[in-house]
Design a protein around this ligand. Structure first.
Ligand code: PLP
Length: 358
């Protein structure tokens, strides 16, 4: 494999067009992108170049058969102007877990991180400075064979984009407990960041929105009893004496890196965390007894999203996130580590010093 990255830099940065005090999430792209092609045997044509559209044949397999996966991660920047990648090796590993399940080629982890470093270094002026904001990094891999017929593609494309982003969910979110539609079943692809999982979630989410909720709280696909996750976030329930989060054994829940960071931070502070099946009944009863203290979603984009209402069996479990200690502490800790304000004792940060393009 030729792992040399070619560089073609922009001669006209678009950065002056961006209002960094008000960045709509998911719409603003930094100057450069990374591209690589899998030719059936190996990854080739590694390139960092100006962000551009790619011409694709109508029979491009990804669109027809859903062989597509993605990742989502963040970089911050410290006081000295050094970009900091948050857990890039964990994202590289998860990309490959998704790739394996979807019959796609793995991308070497070291090379993935090297590509990220080069790309983020080039776009470092695009990393927002305030610590609630960050550079959101979106890798995507897709099948590119031009073929009509269901089989695995031979050719694939990996692309990585950078998006400056502000705070994601400035307001608390409301959740609807979904007992008819499901996100992922055992044996399926719920643990993979596979594109089709999200397409399938849109209709139930639309119905939940029509009922006045922001997101769906997904239940298990067998009994619709056990909480899985919410929208594109993992979920935590803080009771008086412990924190609960669904375990990953079923393979139906995405192994969130923010989820993992949150558990580490809680355990480090001797706050008991139980990873186990969590029934919605148990949560509703805890709320009834006044023991449900905080509910929050975790994910790279939002980091921590407080939940202020859960619709369950025609009633609303109401919560008041105004002064939640745990959610606030966790968000501040993760944002602080990613921006270099809090020193990284977990080995989560990969600093980007000068690179070959420096
Ligand atoms: C990406 C994602 C998450 C959160 O994972 P992070 O690694 O924390 O960003 C949770 N659930 C689903 C379904 C996701 O796609």
């Amino acid at each position: 494999m030729n792992s040399e990255i070619r560089f073609q830099l922009t001669d006209h940065s678009r950065i002056s067009e961006v209002d960094f005090s008000n960045i709509p999430f998911g719409k603003v792209f930094a100057d450069h992108m990374f591209v690589a092609d899998f030719d059936g045997k190996q990854w080739t044509n590694l390139e960092i170049c100006p962000l551009h559209r790619i011409p694709l044949h109508p029979a491009t397999m990804a669109w027809h058969y859903g062989q597509a996966i993605f990742e989502g991660m963040k970089a911050g920047i410290n006081q000295d102007g050094m970009p900091l990648l948050f857990r890039p090796y964990d994202h590289a590993r998860r990309l490959n877990i998704s790739a394996q399940r979807m019959c796609m080629p793995e991308f070497p982890e070291e090379l993935f991180v090297e590509a990220l470093k080069e790309l983020v270094w080039l776009d470092r002026e695009w990393i927002p400075r305030d610590e609630e904001s960050a550079l959101y990094i979106r890798p995507v891999m897709m099948a590119t064979d031009e073929f009509v017929g269901v089989r695995s593609s031979d050719h694939f494309k990996l692309m990585i984009m950078n998006l400056p982003s502000g705070p994601y969910y400035p307001k608390p979110v409301s959740l609807f407990v979904e007992e008819k539609y499901m996100r992922a079943a055992e044996g399926g692809v719920g643990f993979a960041k596979a594109a089709g999982n999200y397409g399938a979630s849109l209709y139930p989410t639309k119905l939940a929105k029509e009922k006045g909720y922001d997101q769906v709280m997904w239940m298990d696909a067998k009994e619709f009893k056990y909480v899985q996750e919410v929208g594109t976030m993992n979920i935590f329930f803080a009771l008086r004496d412990k924190v609960l989060t669904p375990d990953l054994h079923s393979g139906t829940i995405l192994d969130g890196i923010t989820r993992n960071s949150v558990m580490s931070i809680l355990r480090e502070r001797q706050i008991p965390v139980e990873e186990r099946p969590v029934s919605i009944k148990e949560i509703a009863e805890a709320a009834e007894r006044g023991e449900l203290m905080e509910v929050f979603g975790t994910g790279t984009a939002a980091v921590i999203a407080s939940v202020d209402r859960i619709g369950y069996h025609g009633r609303d479990i109401m919560l008041n996130p105004a002064n939640w200690k745990l959610s606030g502490m966790l968000k501040s800790e993760i944002n602080g580590i990613r921006s270099g304000r809090i020193s990284d004792t977990h080995g989560w940060i990969t600093p980007v010093r000068s690179t070959v393009t420096a």
